[in-house]
Design a protein around this ligand. Structure first.
Ligand code: ATP
Ligand code: MG
Ligand code: FE
Length: 356
């Protein structure tokens, strides 16, 4: 099976061609991403109108490029997969409409994909991961711990009650005068910092629920910056290191509870279960180190796909389409609408309700 994937939910315009063989193994034939980072960075965040316009300008060329790289034409593909939500509605409209137009013109089935499902299934494209497993999505817009029981079968165990983790990195960076996006800048600054200088809050630690909260951290960072004003380079490094330590400790507690719950719900699995990560923050070494140790303690495999497949891309959308196709899910009606909000565990409802 071979599919064309399209992703336009945020600030990356992307197209990909992916293959799935009879044993369920995937292979990426083409994966092109155009980041709009430069267009948004002057504003310190993603501007929806600029994003939508940039998707319109870039998408057709990117689709052509992906097909050319893969060496296939539209008649060779089995289906088209396009992100239908959640995300910025302008971008979603551009990507889904393009997907529909291609599907219609080439007489191929269309799969309207939930962006979060793309992140959730990526580990099965890059690694040999069997259901059920746990997925931690940590990006600029999402922080979720999700039980992945099968294709289209997800249960959200935890989510952020305020800021996303990537957002906390971005806001911290902004407060400290570091460049956007904040994650890489904070991680770089933290390298020469003293992680014990500031004791930042560890929200929800010790609580039984599996949710996250990061907005208190940004307040604490602001207070630390004010207390040390004028902030020196060393102060910034110390704040960043202490910030990352608070996050590593918080995640250790939150995710540790999730792994324990998983082991209690699924005793005696044949293979060691997996914790897979997705989202841009998964690049963070301090977080990865904490998660790796945690997995070792709880008998989990820790699976982190390569960075370019953790951040937004179309290969994961193509792959989710292939998994749906291979598992016998019906294609979507061409009247399916994009959805700015679309929770992952509402998937079944969304599929049944598409086009209505
Ligand atoms: P979403 O996919 O949720 O719609 P998004 O496009 O913002 O949102 P990604 O592209 O997956 O998400 O990731 C971007 C986020 O990852 C940003 O918040 C960025 O600061 C963060 N990030 C990137 N690299 C690192 C790093 N090394 N450490 C921490 N955070 C990082
Ligand atoms: Mg992004
Ligand atoms: Fe994403």
């Amino acid at each position: 099976l071979i599919i064309l994937g399209i992703e336009t939910s945020c600030d990356e315009t992307a197209a990909a061609v992916v293959v799935r063989d009879g044993d369920g193994r995937g292979e990426i034939r083409a994966d092109v991403v155009l980041s709009q980072l430069d267009e948004h960075s002057v504003y310190g965040g993603v501007v929806p109108e600029i994003a939508a316009r940039a998707h319109v300008e870039a998408l057709d060329t990117l689709v052509q490029e992906a097909l050319a790289k893969a060496g296939v034409g539209l008649r060779d593909i089995d289906a088209v997969a396009a992100t239908a939500g959640p995300g910025l509605i302008g971008g979603l409209i551009v990507g889904l409409m393009t997907g529909k137009a291609i599907a219609r013109a080439a007489a191929k089935p269309l799969y309207a994909i939930n962006h979060l499902e793309g992140h959730a299934l990526t580990a099965r494209l890059t690694d040999n991961v069997a259901f059920p497993y746990l997925m931690l999505l940590v990006s600029g817009g999402h922080t979720q711990l999700v039980l992945v029981r099968g294709v289209g079968d997800y249960q959200r165990w935890g989510t952020t009650i305020d800021d996303a983790l990537g957002e906390a990195f971005d806001k911290t960076a902004k407060l400290l005068g570091l460049p956007y996006p904040g994650g890489p800048a904070v991680e770089r600054a933290a390298k020469s910092g003293n992680e014990k200088r500031f004791s930042f809050p560890r929200p929800l630690v010790g609580e039984a629920r599996l949710d996250f909260s990061f907005s208190g951290l940004k307040t604490a960072v602001r207070q630390a910056a004010e207390a040390t004003a004028p902030v020196s380079e060393q102060d910034i490094a110390d704040i960043c290191a202490s910030f990352q330590r608070a996050i590593a400790r918080t995640m250790d507690d939150r995710i540790g509870r999730g792994l324990a719950r998983f082991n209690a719900e699924f005793p005696g699995l044949e293979e060691a279960p997996a914790l897979v990560v997705a989202g841009g923050v998964a690049a963070n070494q301090a977080l990865r180190g904490a998660l790796q140790m945690l997995c070792d303690r709880h008998g989990f495999r820790f699976i982190a796909p390569p960075h370019h497949l953790c951040t937004d891309n179309a290969a994961m959308i193509a792959w989710a389409g292939l998994e749906r196709l291979a598992h016998g899910f019906p294609a979507d009606d061409l009247s399916v609408s994009p959805r700015a909000r679309w929770p992952l565990d509402g998937q079944a409802v969304a599929v049944l309700g598409s086009g209505k």
